[in-house]
Design a protein around this ligand. Structure first.
Ligand code: PPS
Length: 349
């Protein structure tokens, strides 16, 4: 009797110990598993976000579904030299010197700019803000990023998107004698036409047809600039003239410097006038030139923008010129009233 009882007690103790050990083992295993799974999740997240360097925590949270992991990152942990979203945009107009304006601005030590038009707010919007940020060159906290896409100005929807992105963003617009702009666009459109290939006469091209009238399209600065004024406060908008910039880039650069609240850094030894090209070009001897080379495409020997700038323009016969001047002049007057300054355009003197 005593013997069978002690056997029973022994069996019960064995079973309990076995169960205890089993529970202990499972819980240890589960702990290890959860640690491992957390580690794997963190690694995946880190990999996903290694290129997506966030500017601000709250902004990044909008695009992640794992706020807990992200809370472990702090602003201090981010590298100071990283891509930052633009604080200023050159939004228009095409063929008005936007490329030269952008490239010359990069000579300022506090300005960085991507080498290509990013076209985020019109053609690449669905790629998201982190994609946009990744297109930017690295910058420090004290530098500002400027992006230029001259087609942004053409659409009110795009302007709304820009406003939603940053209602305080600074906008730079550059305009040019509308007739010269038409000539420039014509030269650009037929730039690759083989010699002897049929090209429409400039007059016919300008008139287009009822669905594609180039005069209204290329002359309509007022309509497009008004849309910008409707969306943004006036003190965030700077309207420049290509003619001023072409003749005296330094004074225009200084105007932009002031508009962007940057310290004065532009100086006349940064540029020189290249007679052959007919434009101001980079002075390659300037101390800032080596730094801007990653952000600009220039001829290595001359420091001038490429062959696609400064093309020959088509001739205009006198009658057609008169017709254009007559049609465009009232539009110019409207424009000058809107922007609050007059611009001297050689075709309208
Ligand atoms: N410094 C300097 N160097 C080169 N080019 C200069 C410069 N200043 C103004 N321009 C004028 O810029 C015109 C091209 O304008 P964009 O750059 O806005 O054209 S684009 O829309 O980006 O294709 C281009 O027009 P075209 O002369 O018709 O080629 C130039 O006249």
């Amino acid at each position: 009797m005593v013997k069978s009882t002690s056997v029973q007690v022994f069996l019960v103790i064995t079973v309990i110990s076995f169960l205890g050990l089993l529970v202990l083992h499972q819980s240890l295993n589960f702990g290890a598993f959860s640690k491992a799974s957390k580690f794997i999740r963190k690694s995946v997240l880190a990999e996903q976000s290694s290129e997506e360097v966030p500017d601000g925590i709250s902004e990044f949270r909008q695009s992640t579904d794992d706020p807990i992991d992200f809370q472990e990152k702090t602003e201090e942990a981010l590298p100071s030299n990283r891509p930052r979203l633009p604080k200023a945009l050159i939004i228009g107009f095409s063929k008005c010197g936007t490329t030269a304006l952008r490239t010359f601005l990069t000579l300022h030590p506090d300005i960085v700019s991507p080498i290509e038009e990013v076209r985020y707010f019109n053609f690449n919007y669905t790629k998201g803000l982190e994609w946009y940020r990744r297109q930017m060159p690295p910058s420090t906290e004290n530098q500002i990023t400027i992006e230029k896409t001259p087609s942004y100005i053409m659409s009110p929807i795009v302007l709304q998107r820009i406003y939603l992105y940053d209602s305080q963003v600074k906008l730079i617009i550059i305009i040019r004698d509308p007739i010269i702009r038409l000539q420039s666009q014509y030269a650009h459109t037929y730039r690759n036409a083989p010699a002897g290939a049929h090209k429409p006469d400039f007059k016919i091209w300008v008139r287009g047809d009822s669905s594609d009238n180039r005069i209204t399209h290329f002359v309509g600065y007022t309509k497009y600039i008004r849309q910008v004024y409707d969306q943004f406060p006036k003190d965030q908008i700077l309207v420049l003239a290509e003619e001023d910039f072409e003749q005296n880039p330094l004074s225009v650069m200084k105007e932009v410097e002031l508009f962007l609240n940057l310290k004065p850094a532009f100086s006349k030894d940064m540029f020189y006038y290249n007679k052959g090209k007919g434009f101001y070009c980079f002075n390659r001897e300037n101390e800032f030139f080596p730094t801007v080379l990653k952000m600009v495409k220039v001829n290595n020997r001359t420091g001038c923008l490429g062959e696609d700038k400064g093309r020959d323009h088509p001739d205009i016969d006198d009658d057609f010129l008169k017709e254009l001047v007559q049609f465009i002049r009232p539009h110019n007057e409207q424009l000058f009233r809107l922007i609050g300054k007059r611009i001297v355009w050689e075709n309208f003197e």
